[in-house]
Design a protein around this ligand. Sequence first.
Ligand SMILES: Nc1ncnc2c1ncn2[C@@H]1O[C@H](COP(=O)(O)OP(=O)(O)OP(=O)(O)O)[C@@H](O)[C@H]1O
Ligand SMILES: [Mg+2]
Length: 339
Amino acid sequence: MIMSSDPKVAEQPAKGRDQLLHVANLKKYFPIRGGVLNRVVNHVKAVNDVTFDIARGEVVGLVGESGSGKTTVGRTILRLEQATEGSIDFDGADINRLNKPQMRRYRKRMQIVFQDPYASLNPREKIRTVLGHALALHNIGTPSDRDDRIVALLEQVGLSSDYINRFPHEFSGGQRQRIGIARALAVEPEFIVADEPVSALDVSIQAQVINLMDDLREKFSLTMLFIAHDLAVVEHISDRVIVMYLGKIMEIAPTRALYRVPNHPYTQALLSAVPNPDITERKERVILKGDIPSPINPPSGCVFRTRCPIAIADCASIVPPLKQVAPDHYSACIRTAGV
Ligand SMILES: Nc1ncnc2c1ncn2[C@@H]1O[C@H](COP(=O)(O)OP(=O)(O)OP(=O)(O)O)[C@@H](O)[C@H]1O
Ligand SMILES: [Mg+2]
């Protein structure tokens, strides 16, 4: 369900959905410093007024081209970055306002899986140490039962128990990502941000890791924000998908609806690049012209207009609101969804 800062746009309670996370009007601007005085001369508008929610047990896919702000959304939600503006409500608490001890308790409930498992694992630490640290940090188990927990974790992610004494370089990319997942699971979180967890892997291994995450989600009733470049990657695992472009949400919809009846021209362009046997009527591939503009000076009105195949003059002056186009389906385009 989407809520908007604009009262004219449909504001709805999460009907029938038990909300775990509600992000409202989130902005994250990174300052750019310059000049001899090293003053803030400008900002990178990495996330620019984003509103969405995630229900308990739901997996929401977050897609968009490089630089659209996906990682920044994920990191800000986990408060690895401090939001510039907006609220992040996690199970009733505004994450932005928690002090350090309060945040510690929430850290245990929210975990992240990174894109590059190798960079996120210390090469000098055996797997026992890597996972043991995660457990010790959150006071889970006793030192004597930690090995048993670690073995159980390895088994849950499909790795043999004797890997406990190995170093990260002794694993394949897919196995390392399984360790990254085990590390996130170690603290028994409710919510996981998976930031391109399979992008660094071979296509054949990608499906295995996605299937594993799907199984774990079921087993541990996990709620997930699953970030990817590619719409094909999130289709299988996501209940809903958010499409981002230049710091803004373009479209948000239940997965099936997004793939079958995409509303936004940006989503249509992304989808036209995905071979999809579900779509009976083959759409012609839409090639977007030009590069993604700079988030320092995003285009006025609709940020996508400079690359949009159906833009009109009004698109330069009207910031398109997210309008409901079908149940649970919202799109920000004055041409296809209205003003
Ligand atoms: N710490 C930072 N300082 C300054 N700018 C940043 C910082 N982190 C991200 N940005 C900028 O914010 C914008 C969004 O970056 P972000 O990493 O969130 O995009 P992304 O969608 O995750 O891209 P990718 O698909 O390449 O991972 C980019 O223009 C990026 O250069
Ligand atoms: Mg990223």
